[in-house]
Design a protein around this ligand. Structure first.
Ligand code: CMP
Length: 140
């Protein structure tokens, strides 16, 4: 089915100047960028976005990392977009990520792991709405 998913290029990958390389992977796999913005998240925005992880031991480090520099946030649309994006990203820990995935190629650690992608269609809708008003999402 045609789906939408939320993708974030994290501060480490923005600093490495690989936004375009990552966008190329989305496009070559048939995903369309239908909304996009560069921003530096506030602490409150990062804490709210990752609220499901609030009780996890890595929560504070995750928030500190996500606010450490600008991020690129996009909505991707395509057939099976949620799983397709997760396949492109590879495993959360780059040590476990399959060769040729974004995290295998660009990530340094489980914290600085280059990209975020929604883990389900339900969460994708919540995450897209967290960052983009409907008028800034361009279905095409
Ligand atoms: P992300 O997909 O953005 O969702 C939560 C993030 O927490 C995850 O990617 C990792 O960068 C980070 N993280 C740090 N430690 C862990 C861990 N042990 N398990 C899962 N995520 C972790």
């Amino acid at each position: 089915a045609l789906e939408r998913t939320l993708s974030i290029i994290k501060p480490d990958a923005v600093a490495k100047n690989v936004i375009g390389e990552i966008y190329s992977r989305f496009e070559k796999s048939g995903l369309k960028v239908i909304a996009s913005k560069m921003t530096q998240l506030s602490r409150a925005e990062a804490e709210g976005f990752y609220a499901v992880h609030r009780e996890r031991p890595f929560f504070n480090a995750l928030v500190e990392f996500m606010i450490s520099g600008p991020v690129m946030i996009q909505v991707l649309q395509g057939e099976g977009a949620v799983l397709k994006n997760r396949d492109l990203m590879g495993a959360t820990n780059p040590k476990d990520a399959a060769p040729g995935t974004i995290r295998a190629d660009f990530a340094d650690s489980i914290d600085a792991n280059a990209v975020h992608g929604s883990d389900s269609l339900e969460n994708a809708a919540v995450e897209v709405a967290y960052f983009f008003p409907a008028t800034d999402v361009f279905a095409r």
